[in-house]
Design a protein around this ligand. Sequence first.
Ligand SMILES: Nc1nc2c(ncn2[C@@H]2O[C@@H]3COP(=O)(O)O[C@H]4[C@@H](O)[C@H](n5cnc6c(=O)[nH]c(N)nc65)O[C@@H]4COP(=O)(O)O[C@H]3[C@H]2O)c(=O)[nH]1
Length: 529
Amino acid sequence: MTQPHLLSLGIKRKKIYRLLFLVIPAILGFLITLTLIHFLLFNEDKKNLNSDLDKMGLESRILNSEIMSALSSAKSDNSPLCSQENLNKMRRALWRDKYIKDIAHIKKNQIICSASWGTLKNPISLQKESKIFSKNFKHWKNTPDPITKNTIINMLSIGHTLILIKKDLFNKYYYKLNKNNNVAFELKTFNYIFRHYGNISPETLIKAKTGTTLTSMTKKSCANKDQCIIIKNNKMGLLGTSDSNLLIAIIVSTISGLTLSYILFLSSTRHRSQLQHLKRAINNGDIYLEYQPKLCLVTHEITGVEALARWHDKTFGRVSPDVFIDLAEKHDLMEKLSHLVVHRAFQDMSPIMKKYPDISLSINLSMKDISQGQILCFINKQAELYHIAHDRVIFEVTERTNDGVDLIEKSVAEFTKAGYKISLDDFGTGYANLSWLSKIRPNEIKVDKIFTQSIGTESINQNMLNAIFFMLQKLDVTVVFEGIETQEQLTYLTSLSTDAMGQGWLFAHPMTTDKLENYLEIHHPNFLT
Ligand SMILES: Nc1nc2c(ncn2[C@@H]2O[C@@H]3COP(=O)(O)O[C@H]4[C@@H](O)[C@H](n5cnc6c(=O)[nH]c(N)nc65)O[C@@H]4COP(=O)(O)O[C@H]3[C@H]2O)c(=O)[nH]1
């Protein structure tokens, strides 16, 4: 007797598995969607970063050329410093400039004239510079305009020329950049960072390696060997997105995880309920049979019929035998189903076989049915009950596994000893056909329909069909070609052999017993009255 605590342990374990079956897909769905969203946003950030880098690179080239032209305009080869001619030349250069606010001359650290203000009556002293690159090259960072005092600017002094640069250099890009972007505009020759934006220190930034990781991207663009712009976004994708976007991403991912879990739940419920319905159908005997004639390909004489199981369910509609046989095999329902099929087939076919004494009856059995042995006893009893001669029954078996070949060999031998015939079904598609062939020694071999249907095509199966036929010819077996649908296939097969058998829609679809009786009356008139 099962211990109660073991029973409850089993139920608990089942519940846990069911819960895991719901939770794991939900988590997976959530993570997969979140990752997808991350990479979508990541891609968007990457595009923005590349475009910002291109635009800033262009602007840095403009600034560079403006500084160069300011310097050359400030040169006073032919006229003295701050002369009218010298100032006019500087004004002409300044007029075109985008980033340069003013060009001035300095003497002993004092501004003496500028393109905007002309010669100053009182020279203006310069504040302490932020960086001295050399005696002749200095930089002031974020310093008040020394002449107007009203704005913050940057300044470069090169020799006796002072260039006043608007502070909003690249501002329109900086403003657009999100808080995770870090930018450094570096003057490499002087190892100096001209402008910097972001949380990462400029020193760290210029040392950062260019490249991409799952969450960050660093890129560098150099206008010439000297001027480089480095951009680093260290919170790409979801990591750097706004709180509201993150919330939306979490909601979408949760919905997608729950949807996946729900779909799997529904399909498993459907599977379970299909199984319940099948169990009920087998118990209530709701599985019925259709019969497909088997004929001689040359004479078209009907030599037998194959019983094929059918299930029509109120909820699931017509379920293919490939599906419900598989379900029955997986859930140990095959024995009951096969009993039902044998019983139905003998019951249906008994009067017909009496009327047509040369017609055989083929029934599909799984290898498991045959190897378990008990079914033979049942079959014998049913054959006796319905007065069916054993040698008129052919059991079709398909080899789906390679297990227990020896056991099968013994079981098949018992069937043969009892007078039944054995047919090896779906030949050419399953496992180890040749080894099975030598063990089972069937009376009949059914070549799978994929070979028949390859006739007239360029496929490898067409070549295999010839090889299979050539090999089977040497054996003392009836060869049946399945799935003949066209005249072309029939012509080809009859050219291979004059005594082969066949089945297929070209002759007849599987049909109910009523239809089979009508069919036989028309196509097989030599019956006993
Ligand atoms: N495309 C095409 N198909 C054709 C043609 N002529 C016949 N067929 C189909 O080919 C299959 C032949 O049966 P099978 O190879 O034994 O293959 C069977 C058999 O392996 C299994 N099966 C059916 N009934 C039973 C049963 O009672 N017991 C067992 N164990 N298996 C069964 O299910 C499989 C599928 O059965 P069905 O769907 O009825 O499909 C049947 C039949 O309807 C044709 O010209 N063209």
